[in-house]
Design a protein around this ligand. Structure first.
Ligand code: V47
Length: 363
């Protein structure tokens, strides 16, 4: 007979001793281990990587457009050109957005939006230069691998050439969006037109080879299985073994409001969020940071996530992103530095302000 306690206990001992777990072992832990055991293992691993520190930064997002050539079933934000609710900021409007935040002490600008059919790589390079002209001190973390692959291919360039061009304009890091779930069959059901898993992974590999650091995400809590989540984590762990170029992994909880995939689906309970977070920390033993993205979880769940292996809370955001509020996130996305410090303290941790590359900022 399968003795859950003994089997999970054996795997746990190896994790605690710094051993790497296989896909099968991950599936066993994910399905059968008590939540308290996952919390203990994940917190042990986070402690080895970051001690008692939890990171945050001062950032804001620019979402240049929500017009997108793709129509992913989980997306609440996308509009077709000319549809009500569509926006497409000109460079002059983006300049205004950036000028309004020039003196806010921000160290990172995160740019991500729809894949607009008409813009080209030179428009995006100009957008990055504009941000850097107004706020030379910020790091620009820009465009998902899907946006990048589209603009680079459209320009008839290879990934290296396109990424170099954007880096010369001031792009210093790449966010983790667009990964969704790598399993090809599931991807064909939830985002059939979107760039493939291969595109996402190849683009990040090319970026890492050029020394451009990046993040990775996973969209979970819809119609995927635990085995498909583990497959996703496994592809990331393998790429990280090869390049070492990822800084953070961000599990993104599927929010169901305003999109087709959410029809007839319930959002997963908070215990599943914590399991996913802890399992991500345990499986991705070569990722330095696991991020509890408070905008998507809500602040209370994000606070709890600090007890399940997360060591990063993302940033202050300053009400600059709509992706999650349009999908049903309840709270206005804005936190102060005092809020961040209070969240860390309530989890018994010490909040440290970081730059995009996890260097501590002392003001
Ligand atoms: O790729 C879209 C996700 C991502 C929904 O790198 C949804 O630091 C849940 O990647 N429910 C974009 N998720 C956001 C992103 C991100 C966020 C924070 C930090 C970083 C980082 C990256 O948002 C998309 C998609 O996976 N998403 N719709 C939805 N209904």
């Amino acid at each position: 007979m399968f003795d859950k306690e003994r089997v999970c206990g054996g795997i746990a001992e190896r994790v605690a001793a710094g051993g790497r777990i296989s896909r099968d072992e991950a599936e066993t832990l994910w399905n059968d281990a008590p939540l308290s055991l996952l919390a203990e293992l994940a917190c042990g691993m986070r402690h080895c990587k970051s001690g008692d520190v939890v990171y945050y930064n001062r950032n804001f997002h620019i979402e240049p457009t929500n017009i997108c050539v793709f129509n992913c079933r989980f997306c609440s934000y996308r509009r077709g050109a000319g549809e009500p609710g569509a926006w497409n900021h000109s460079l002059a409007e983006i300049e205004e957005i950036v000028r309004a935040r020039r003196d806010s002490g921000v160290t990172e600008v995160h740019i991500v939006g729809g894949v607009h059919p008409d813009h080209d790589i030179r428009f995006y390079a100009e957008m990055i230069r504009l941000v850097k002209r107004i706020m030379p001190q910020v790091a620009v973390k820009a465009f998902t691998a899907i946006e990048l692959a589209y603009m680079i291919e459209k320009a008839g360039m290879g990934y290296d050439e396109g990424l170099r061009l954007l880096r010369e304009a001031g792009m210093e890091a790449i966010p983790g969006g667009g990964a969704e779930i790598f399993d090809e069959e599931l991807r064909a059901r939830i985002c059939p037109e979107k760039g493939s898993s291969q595109v996402w992974l190849s683009l990040h590999r090319a970026a890492h080879r050029l020394g451009i650091r990046s993040n990775a995400t996973m969209l979970y809590g819809h119609v995927e299985t635990v085995a498909q989540r583990i497959d996703h984590l496994d592809r990331l762990r393998t790429l990280q073994d090869e390049t070492g170029g990822f800084d953070a992994f961000i599990p993104l909880k599927f929010r169901r409001a305003g999109n087709r995939l959410g029809e007839g689906l319930e959002e997963v309970p908070v215990t599943e969020d914590m399991r996913t977070l802890a399992m991500s920390r345990i499986y991705l033993d070569n990722f330095p940071h696991i991020k509890a993205y408070w905008v998507m979880y809500g602040k209370q769940t994000a606070e709890m996530a600090l007890g399940f292996g997360a060591d990063d809370m993302d940033g202050t955001i300053d009400d600059s992103t709509k992706i999650y509020s349009m999908a049903g996130a309840e709270e206005k996305p804005r936190l102060t530095v005092d809020d961040m410090q209070a969240m860390a303290a309530s989890a018994g941790l010490r909040a440290v302000e970081r730059d995009t590359f996890y260097n501590e900022i002392v003001r």
